[in-house]
Design a protein around this ligand. Structure first.
Ligand code: FES
Length: 163
């Protein structure tokens, strides 16, 4: 029932429409990535199959193409997430500059493995591909904000500040 879907709340539809408007009408599928981000944010940080189907219907594209986008890019999650996402880059520059220590530190201190959420639901620990901040490695994306040249202590401070 599309009326019950998050996607069809007017504010969600308007936000997606603003992206669709950037492309010629026959290219509205080009808005798939922002559309998925909007729907994911409105759903507590993750995408259900139903929501991806709604996005596909809204953009007149095959559902399988939407699933492909959602599974290819690390910024989409297909399982329930914590209130925050701590995404540690583990590509080469960050790895050479201590990202594995960051991950081990968080795993040990907060009792989560990569891909898991803390017992109190505060955050999900994720390992992601290059965030484009290699010069200031190691980089972490906390929710939507970049933090660079992080030490375990600096990361703790950020995590301590999370609700
Ligand atoms: Fe981590 Fe590029 S390798 S930001």
């Amino acid at each position: 029932d599309v009326d019950k879907s998050e996607l069809f709340k007017p504010e969600i539809r308007e936000a997606i429409d603003a992206h669709i408007a950037k492309y010629p009408p026959e290219w509205k599928q080009s808005a798939v990535m922002p559309a998925l981000s909007i729907v994911q944010d409105a759903n507590g940080g993750w995408l259900t199959t139903e929501l991806m189907d709604d996005v596909a219907a809204y953009l007149d594209m095959p559902a399988v193409s939407v699933y492909e986008v959602a599974t290819f890019y690390g910024m989409y999650d297909l399982e329930p997430q914590g209130r925050h996402k701590v995404c540690v880059c583990n590509s080469i520059s960050c790895m050479l500059n201590g990202s594995e220590e960051l991950i081990e530190h968080v795993e040990h201190k907060y009792g989560v493995k990569v891909g898991e959420t803390t017992a109190d639901g505060r955050f999900t620990l994720k390992e992601v591909e290059c965030l484009g901040a290699c010069r200031d490695a190691p980089a972490v994306l906390l929710d939507k904000v970049y933090h660079e040249k992080l030490t375990p202590e600096a990361l703790d401070k950020l995590i301590d500040g999370l609700e």
